[in-house]
Write a protein that binds this ligand. Structure first.
Ligand SMILES: *Cc1c(COP(=O)(O)O)cnc(C)c1O
Length: 226
């Protein structure tokens, strides 16, 4: 039984991103489509690179670090999208160009560096009441953002969020857009929004997402974690 190929799934998602951008009156080329390759082997990342994908997303430090090392020759841009322990922060800087999941002061401090090239950061918002989901509570967004702004070696891009399962995605993303506006009140350049996954990227584009994190719609079902 043969389903669509990786190339076909990628092309289909990109078409749908283009449709959503048109619907929103936005340009598709202002969107960064990140392919989340977690659980998948480095060989799949290589195939994606051959199809022209440059931005890859991972959510576990150990796995990300191993893949980035194995694929160093490809010069990919790695986005770290998962919860990050402060003690792994320095090591994550070695391969990640962007951290989407900055959610507490201790992590900001741990990411500090004297590198000439700044590390791009999103402050992750938790839209649920469950602290285990990762992300900062809404009232911590601006204080954490200020901390990023005041920390050498970091550049604040904007806000990141995952739509909670129990909420209609468009509503959740509209809420994120509101927080993003408040963030721009203190940091006008931090105007990016990382939101939208396989099931809800259209709604995210309609609400102003600039960075889409798309996994299974492109990669197919994730293998079981070993
Ligand atoms: C896995 C993951 C994604 C991609 O999810 P899909 O539903 O497979 O598109 C996006 N963002 C984060 C934070 C993830 O952990």
């Amino acid at each position: 039984m043969n389903g669509p190929s990786l190339a076909e799934r990628l092309a289909e998602v990109d078409d749908r991103i283009g449709d959503a951008a048109r619907e929103a009156g936005r340009r598709a080329d202002e969107l960064t489509r990140i392919v989340v390759t977690k659980f998948h082997p480095a060989s799949l990342v290589r195939e994606l690179a051959e199809l022209g994908v440059r931005d890859m997303g991972e959510n576990r430090h150990q796995e990300a670090s191993a893949k980035a090392a194995e694929l160093r020759d490809l010069g990919l841009t790695w986005h770290f999208v998962g919860q990050l322990q402060s003690k792994k922060a320095r090591a994550a800087r070695e391969y990640a160009r962007v951290i989407h999941s900055v959610d507490r002061d201790s992590l900001v401090t741990a990411l500090r560096s004297d590198d000439a090239v700044p590390l791009d950061c999103f402050v992750q918002l938790n839209l649920t009441d469950d602290p285990a989901r990762g992300g900062a509570a809404a009232d911590e967004l601006l204080p954490i953002a200020e901390r990023v702004l005041g920390t050498p070696g970091l550049r604040l891009l904007g806000v990141m969020a995952v739509a909670p399962l129990e909420v209609e995605p468009r509503r959740a993303f509209a809420e994120v857009r509101g927080y993003a506006e408040r963030l721009r009140g203190i940091a006008p350049e931090a105007d990016r929004i990382s939101m939208g996954m396989s099931q809800d990227f259209r709604e995210a584009v309609l609400e102003g997402a600039t960075h889409l994190r798309i996994g299974t719609a492109i990669t197919g079902k994730r293998p079981e974690r070993g």
